[in-house]
Design a protein around this ligand. Sequence first.
Ligand code: UD1
Length: 417
Amino acid sequence: MEKLEIKGGRKISGTIPISGSKNATLPILAATILTDKKIIIKNIPIVRDVQTMALLLSTIGSNVKLSQKNKKIEIINNNKLKTFAPYNLLKTMRAGILVLGPLLAKYGVAKVSLPGGCSIGSRPIDLHLNALKKMGARIKVKNGYIIASAKKGLRGCLIKFPKISVGATENILIAACFSKGITKLRNCATEPEIKDLIQFLKKIGCRIIQSGKRSINVIGVKKLKSATHKVIFDRIEAGTYIIAAALTNGRAKITDIDPKIISTEINLLNKMKVKIIKKKNHIIVFGSKKIKSINVTTKPYPGFPTDLQAQLMVLMTMANGISTIKENIFENRFMHVSELRRMGAHIQIFGNKAKIYGKSKLYGAEIMATDLRASVCLVLAGLVAKEKTILNRIYHLDRGYEKIEKNCQIVVQKLED
Ligand code: UD1
């Protein structure tokens, strides 16, 4: 198995272009199931989850051409697709569940494996299934598969999500586009990736009206169009590199972004005394040796994202004083803490709260990545640690970060066991 060797004490500086968003690309790819017209998706990140979703689509019969060089996927569904999404493709990628809604809406049947993904909590899919049931689907779960049917097609209705969920909003939104009548979605997630999905769906001819902050109305259609769409930037990748520059006292220009979309993160880092100059499509981050402690709670957008919690925690270990994090989205998202402690961090956990005592001296150690964002947090810790860090199980990193080795300008070597 591959490992990374990270030599600490290197500043993150220079220009870092940000890729297209993984979490926007995945639902857009799933939504292409709805149409048999040619679709071109540009600015896709070349990361493993995107490749897995492309493979899933081609496995069910889509004609998928992925150009790594041009960061582009072309899709055309010439034939009727298969409605079976197997375990071997969903076990590593939770977003595979996003094919359930479109398959069911288009073909009236679907057999989709229960998804895998990061082990950051129990991650149920009840919100997805209950909404589809309300739209007329019959669903049973057997032998690890969701077996769903809606012989007369899905029908529009009022769906008030009891909890804000990015994936459930996306799955049901896509399904609603091809359902009969009007679907009224309430208490929806409003992440920028959902706005990007809506833009794409409108381009292919879906009729979607955002009627309030968390309300979306969808009028079902029967025919869709061809379209080209450029995926939005990856705000989590951007946030990760901002923190990397701040942490290592570097000076980095983070490009190909819209600073307005990450204003929560920028404001919070400003409060921690990280200087950030905002321009139209880029920002410049100046690291500081005097990071200030802060208290943060993760929340749905526009709150502070859970996907940056682990990275921010590393910055907090370098802050003067005690910081706290309340993790509100996932119940098991502090798995990086034990590894950070092994590197010398002083962190206490009380349920879903973490208390981080700064300023710590981190030392390189042999450590283990447990999920995607925990992996990148450990890379960041390795950057500021004394001596070298060996990170095991780096395959999680490849799921979401395209050029971490290059962008971190560090000595990152792939070693064999
Ligand atoms: C998406 C993102 C992930 C991010 C998360 C929260 C993608 C591919 N992944 O994941 O990176 O960390 O949003 O911003 O976009 N829940 C239920 N029942 C459900 C669905 C969710 O109880 O049926 C709960 C979850 O356990 C969690 C909360 O709702 O506590 C939010 O999860 P959700 O927004 O659905 O996360 P994902 O869409 O899986």
